[in-house]
Unconditional design. Structure first.
Length: 395
């Protein structure tokens, strides 16, 4: 039965001190619901909030089940933004380090079952669309390739001249000790789209300071705006240095803040490269176009001392080897070698390379597996375990 406009107020008066225990239902499909549900669900939410009673939302899957345009993720974000605008969002943040987020909607990592999963339910609600009216905005995306499996934040639009854009992502109120902290974040963008992190600090006496962590190029123009600009060193992890577009498009893959004192206690240590073994199976080399060759191979790897241990993410790279001397010595990480290329991401200790095109003068391919920890840390790719596949033996 649909409640009338006067019902929430009357119910709150009857319930007295227990008015928040009164739940009034809203059917998102709009079947007999006050306000009609669907894209006007905030009509009922506003009424309930105004009268201090609780809401029970039924069937928010309406967005997916009715295939709302233009696509599921855009419509999902837009619908939940109606809920956020009406009721706000209660976020639960950690209050101690380490802090880590890779913007997954829902993620779990089972150390017992060694499995990884992702479920799209209630998203991390950010102020979606609030700035798109000015030609620029940001949103959580599941469509782009992610730093660590689930999602990233896409910033997109037009910024003229020296205009900058800021958006609050988190307000965790982390308690810091006197030891130094390490801040890292991953970005995929072109050379004209720069993205940094603005950290806001406050003291017990309520003094505030802001520090911008950013690439070297843009820091000088922000010196007058913030207390200090820290230059972030550049490292390559998977494909997150690929240049993609001339418009401003930057994808934020993760944020990590770690306490140097707690670091050894809290983080999953990555075994050194000497304790890894990579095997290649089902190798096949076939002729491609214009004299090129196509390599197919299944890679499997394990830790020699902890064979049952599985990390959440492995990045796989390939390097072409053109010198027979390198093949004989197996020193595949020394020159001569070609530029390292990113092949893919695996969440299990195996990867099948199905269509790797190699030039006719390539003698071998070195595959590099870069292990990544659950806390967002990764092994330096230059010292990560590798395996050399001799193509001459397959010809």
């Amino acid at each position: 039965m649909m409640f009338q406009e006067s019902y929430p107020k009357l119910s709150a008066e009857v319930a007295g001190d227990r008015k928040y225990d009164v739940y009034m239902g809203i059917d998102v499909f709009g079947r007999g619901s006050f306000g009609g549900g669907q894209w006007t669900v905030d009509t009922a939410l506003d009424l309930l909030k105004r009268n201090n009673v609780s809401a029970a939302i039924f069937a928010p899957g309406w967005v997916y089940e009715t295939a709302q345009p233009p696509n599921f993720h855009t419509a999902q974000n837009k619908w939940w933004s109606l809920v956020e605008k009406s009721w706000g969002v209660v976020q639960t943040y950690p209050q101690v380090l380490p802090f880590y987020s890779d913007f997954n909607q829902v993620k779990w990592w089972s150390l017992v079952e060694k499995s990884w999963g992702l479920v799209q339910t209630y998203p991390q609600v950010l102020p979606f669309y609030s700035d798109f009216n000015q030609g620029f905005g940001y949103h959580v995306s599941l469509e782009e390739a992610s730093y660590n499996g689930g999602g990233n934040i896409v910033f997109k639009g037009r910024l003229d001249g020296d205009v900058n854009f800021t958006a609050r992502l988190f307000k965790p109120l982390l308690h810091l000790s006197s030891s130094p902290i390490t801040v890292s974040y991953s970005v995929k963008s072109d050379e004209t789209s720069k993205l940094g992190l603005l950290l806001c600090f406050s003291s017990p006496s309520h003094e505030t300071k802001s520090i911008l962590v950013a690439p070297q190029e843009p820091t000088s123009r922000f010196d007058h705006m913030f207390l200090k600009c820290l230059v972030a060193s550049k490292q390559t992890v998977s494909e997150w240095t690929v240049h993609e577009t001339s418009l401003y498009v930057a994808l934020l893959g993760h944020i990590s803040i770690k306490d140097h004192v707690q670091l050894p206690q809290n983080l999953v240590s990555l075994p050194p490269p000497s304790l890894w073994v990579i095997d290649a199976h089902n190798m096949e080399l076939v002729t491609g176009d214009s004299g090129s060759k196509i390599l197919r191979v299944k890679l499997e790897w394990r830790q020699t001392q902890l064979e049952d241990s599985v990390l959440p993410v492995y990045n796989v790279y390939a390097e072409s080897v053109k010198s027979t001397d390198v093949l004989r010595s197996r020193k595949v990480l020394e020159k001569p070698r070609s530029e390292r290329v990113f092949v893919g991401v695996s969440h299990v200790p195996a990867y099948y390379v199905s269509e790797l095109v190699v030039d006719s003068d390539v003698k071998g391919v070195s595959f590099v597996v870069q292990p990544c920890g659950e806390d967002g840390s990764w092994m330096n790719v230059d010292v990560s375990p590798n395996h050399l596949v001799d193509l001459e033996g397959l010809s």
